[in-house]
Design a protein around this ligand. Structure first.
Ligand code: SF4
Length: 702
C-alpha cells in the first residue's frame, strides 16, 4: 500500500453508511486536514461535502468534558457509582425489564458489543434498542423473512457492474453521495447503463436517472408486486433457481396475479405506460441492482416493501452474482455493526436469534453470564411509551438525541420528565435530550475514539483516534465497562482496550454451528493489539483461517433458513392511507446534503450551513398559491401533535399535496422546526420501524 504522511491517520467517516475511508492530519497550525483515503475500497479517495468538512467540526465548543450529576460537575467515580447503584436498585426492586438502554448507530462496534452484553447477558433483559430502529429495521426484518438471516448479499462493486440500477426510496445523491458518485462514474464509463429513480419527489438523484417514476407515497409494494406478475407473464422467472433454492413463489405470484396493470397504476399513481416501460426494462436487464433506503424502510409497510423487492430478485435468480441483487443501504455509519453485535431489542449477538433456545444457550455459555434475555425487549417507540407509563424506571441514552429524532417527539420529553432516573452519554453538553439527564457522562467523539464500524456492504473498517481525549471525556466502551464492574460483573467486563472487545466479538462469531449463520469474523478471534491497530478494511464473512475475500451471498442458494431455501413472502400492496380532510398534505421528512442528523457536528461548519441556512418546507408552487404562500414566506405546518414554523421553498420538484421538511433542525437551532413532533408514532407491525416518511399536516401561512 502506498505510504501516507506519517502525520496522517487512516480512519473512517462518522456519517453515513457508505463508510468512506478518511486520512486525517493534524497540521502544525492545529487545523485538521481531511482527505479521502485513496486505498479504502468504499470510496477510493472520494469524499462528499460532509466528509470533507470533518476538520471543521471537531472543536471543543459546546463539548461535554466532565461528568455531571443533577447539572453539577462530578467526579467519574461519583457518577459511575450513582449509575450502577440506581440501575442495580431498580432491577432489584422492579425486575430487569424496568431498566433500558437506548443506543445509537453512532456507537462503534466495541461500544455496542459491551452495551448489548451487559443488558442481555448480565441484567437479563432485552430492553436495549437503538436509533437504528428508525433507520433500517424493516430491512433487517425483510432480510430475515426472506433469507433466514440479516444478510446484505452484494457489494458496492455491483453498483458499477449493473446494467440497470433501480433506486427506490433513496435520495442517494444527498444521503449516500459517494455511492452516487461511484454510479455516476460507472455510467459515464458504460453509457448503456440505465438508472431508474422511484420517488414521489424529484430529488437531486433524478439528475442521474434515465427515468423518474413519481410514485405515490407507500406505493412501492404495489409496484414490485406488479413487477413480479409481469416477470411471470413474460416467462422471465428463473424456474431453476426458484425450484432449487426458494419456497413461497406460488403464493406470492397468486397475489401478484390478482392485481392487473390498471390496479397497480391506481395504487402507485404511475400510468400503465410508465409501469409497462419499467417492467420491460427490468425484465430485459439481467444485471440489475435494486437499491433501497429510508423511503422504503420508514413506513408502516416497510418490511413488506423490502420483501416485495427481494421477491423479484429471487424469482429471477438475480442475487449474489456480479451486478445483481437487492441492496439495502443503511443510514448510519455503524447501523450494520450494531446489527452484528445484536444491538436491537429483538436480536442476539453475532446474528444469532433471540427466540432460538440453542442460540441463547450458546451466547450465555460463551459469555459465562448469569442469565440471558429470553424474550424480545421493547422497540424504540414502545420503549419510550413504557418510560412514559412508568414501566421503565431507569433509562440510559447513548450517543443519540431522541427528543428530536423520535416520532411524536414531544411525547419523548414527557417520558424523560416522568422517568425517575435518566442517564445520557454524549459528546455535547446541551442537546434537547441532555437537559433531561440526571447524570450526564462525557463521551469521546470522532477523532478521539478507537474501534471499528461496518458499512452497508459488510465492510469492517477502523476508526482511529488522532486527537487527545478532551477534559474527562472517555470512550463509550470504557464507560459501560466501568458501570458493569460496579454492578458486580467485573470479571466479565475486564476489558482494557477496544481490541480485546473486538477479539471477543470475533471469537463469539466463530462458535457453534457455523453453517447456520452468515456472520463470521473468527479469523480475527486472536487478534493482537498491534494487529488491531493496523487492521485493514475487510468484508465479512472471514472465518477461522480464511483469507479476506469480497464474497457475495446466495448465487447458489444455501440460505440460512432451516431448509436452506429462501422465502418469497406473499405480500399485499398497502392500502391508501385514509386522508384526514383537516390535514390534507402528506409530510415527508428526510435529510439534506450537508447536514447530519440533529446537526450537533455539521452545525459547527459555516461551509455546510451555507447550503441551507434555515429549515424549510418544500411545496409545489400551485399548492403554495392555493394556500397563500410566497417563496421564503413563513409557513405553519400543523396537526394534532403540534405545529412547526419554517420557510416555504416553492419548487415543482415536489409533488402536489406533498411537503418535504428536513429532519435536522432541533430546538437548539430553531425551536419551532422540530419536524418529528408532527410524525404520528405509527410503526411497521413486523419491524417496529416508525413511519417517518408519512405524516398528515395542514399547511397555512404564518
Ligand atoms: Fe462520509 Fe457518507 Fe460522505 Fe462518505 S458519503 S464522506 S461516509 S457522509
Amino acid at each position: 500500500m502506498e505510504s501516507i504522511s506519517p502525520k496522517s491517520v487512516r480512519t473512517t467517516c462518522p456519517y453515513c453508511g457508505v463508510g468512506c475511508g478518511v486520512l486525517a492530519t493534524r497540521e502544525e497550525s492545529g487545523a485538521i486536514g481531511i482527505a479521502g483515503d485513496p486505498h479504502h475500497p468504499a470510496n477510493f479517495g472520494r469524499l462528499c461535502s460532509k466528509g470533507s468538512a470533518l476538520g471543521e467540526t471537531v472543536d471543543l465548543d459546546a463539548r461535554l468534558i466532565e461528568p455531571q450529576i443533577d447539572g453539577m460537575p462530578a467526579s467519574w467515580d461519583a457518577a459511575l457509582d450513582l449509575v450502577a447503584d440506581r440501575f442495580a436498585e431498580t432491577i432489584r426492586e422492579h425486575g430487569p425489564d424496568s431498566v433500558a438502554f437506548y443506543v445509537s448507530g453512532q456507537l462503534l462496534t466495541e461500544d455496542y458489543y459491551v452495551a448489548n452484553k451487559l443488558m442481555k447477558g448480565f441484567i437479563g433483559s432485552a430492553n436495549i434498542d437503538t436509533n437504528s430502529r428508525l433507520c433500517m429495521s424493516s430491512s433487517v426484518a425483510g432480510h430475515r423473512r426472506a433469507f433466514g438471516s440479516d444478510t446484505v448479499p452484494g457489494t458496492y462493486e455491483d453498483l458499477e457492474l449493473a446494467d440497470l440500477i433501480v433506486l427506490t426510496g433513496s435520495n442517494l445523491a444527498w444521503c449516500h453521495p459517494v455511492l452516487y458518485q461511484r454510479i455516476a462514474a460507472a455510467k459515464a464509463r458504460r453509457p448503456h447503463m440505465r438508472v431508474v429513480l422511484i420517488d414521489p419527489r424529484r430529488t437531486m438523484t433524478a439528475d442521474i436517472a434515465d427515468v423518474h417514476l413519481k410514485i405515490k407515497p407507500d406505493g412501492d409494494t404495489a409496484l414490485f408486486v406488479g413487477l413480479l406478475g409481469f416477470l411471470a407473464a413474460q416467462g422471465a422467472v428463473d424456474r431453476g433457481y426458484v425450484d432449487r433454492h426458494t419456497s413461497g413463489f406460488d403464493a406470492a405470484l397468486a397475489i401478484a396475479k390478482s392485481h392487473d396493470l390498471r390496479n397497480i397504476s391506481a395504487r402507485t399513481g404511475l400510468s400503465p405506460e410508465e409501469l409497462r416501460d419499467f417492467f420491460t426494462l427490468f425484465t430485459q436487464t439481467e444485471r440489475c441492482v435494486t437499491v433501497y433506503s429510508q423511503g422504503v424502510n420508514q413506513s408502516t409497510s416497510g418490511t413488506d416493501k423490502v420483501n416485495a423487492i427481494i421477491n423479484c430478485h429471487l424469482a429471477t435468480g438475480r442475487i449474489g452474482r456480479p451486478g445483481m441483487g437487492p441492496f439495502s443501504v443503511t443510514g448510519q455509519p455503524n447501523a450494520m455493526g450494531g446489527r452484528e453485535v445484536g444491538g436491537l431489542a429483538n436480536m442476539l449477538a453475532s446474528h444469532m436469534h433471540l427466540e432460538d433456545e440453542d442460540h441463547r444457550q450458546l451466547v450465555q455459555g460463551f459469555w459465562a453470564s448469569p442469565t440471558i434475555a429470553s424474550k424480545p425487549g421493547l422497540k424504540a417507540v414502545d420503549l419510550f411509551n413504557a418510560v412514559r407509563e412508568g414501566k421503565v424506571k431507569a433509562l440510559w441514552i447513548m450517543a443519540t438525541n431522541p427528543v428530536d429524532s423520535m416520532p411524536e417527539a414531544d411525547l419523548v420529553v414527557k417520558a424523560l420528565k416522568a422517568c425517575p432516573f435518566v442517564v445520557v452519554s454524549d459528546i455535547n453538553a446541551a442537546t434537547d435530550t441532555t437537559c433531561h439527564a440526571h447524570v450526564l457522562l462525557p463521551a469521546a467523539g470522532w477523532g478521539e475514539k478507537d474501534g471499528t464500524v461496518t458499512n452497508s456492504e459488510r465492510r469492517i473498517s477502523r476508526q482511529r483516534p488522532f486527537l487527545p481525549l478532551p477534559g474527562k471525556a472517555r470512550p463509550d466502551w470504557w464507560i459501560i465497562t466501568q458501570v458493569a464492574r460496579r454492578m458486580g460483573f467485573a470479571a466479565s467486563f475486564a476489558y482494557e482496550s477496544p481490541s480485546q472487545i473486538f477479539a471477543e466479538h470475533a471469537a463469539l462469531s466463530g462458535t457453534g454451528n457455523r453453517g447456520s449463520r452468515d456472520f463470521d469474523i473468527s479469523a480475527h478471534a486472536a487478534i493482537s493489539g498491534e494487529d488491531y491497530d493496523t487492521l485493514q478494511p475487510f468484508q465479512w464473512p472471514q472465518g477461522q483461517g480464511e483469507p479476506a475475500t469480497e464474497q457475495r451471498f446466495f448465487a447458489e442458494g444455501d440460505f440460512y433458513t432451516q431448509d436452506r431455501r429462501a422465502r418469497l413472502v406473499a405480500v399485499h400492496p398497502a392500502n391508501d392511507e385514509a386522508t384526514d380532510p383537516r390535514h390534507p398534505f402528506v409530510l415527508n421528512t428526510g435529510r439534506i446534503r450537508d447536514h447530519w442528523h440533529t446537526m450537533t457536528r455539521t452545525g459547527k461548519s459555516a461551509r455546510l450551513s451555507g447550503h441551507f441556512a434555515e429549515p424549510f418546507a418544500e411545496i409545489h408552487p400551485l399548492d403554495a398559491a392555493e394556500q397563500g404562500l410566497g417563496d421564503a414566506t413563513l409557513v405553519r405546518l400543523t396537526n394534532d401533535h403540534g405545529t412547526i414554523i419554517v420557510r416555504a421553498l416553492l419548487t415543482d420538484r415536489q409533488a402536489r399535496s406533498n411537503v418535504f421538511v428536513p429532519m435536522h433542525w432541533t430546538g437548539q437551532f430553531a425551536s419551532k422546526a422540530r419536524v418529528d413532533t408532527l410524525v404520528t408514532a405509527n410503526v411497521d407491525p413486523v419491524s417496529g420501524q416508525p413511519a417517518l416518511k408519512m405524516a398528515q399536516v395542514a399547511v397555512r401561512p404564518f
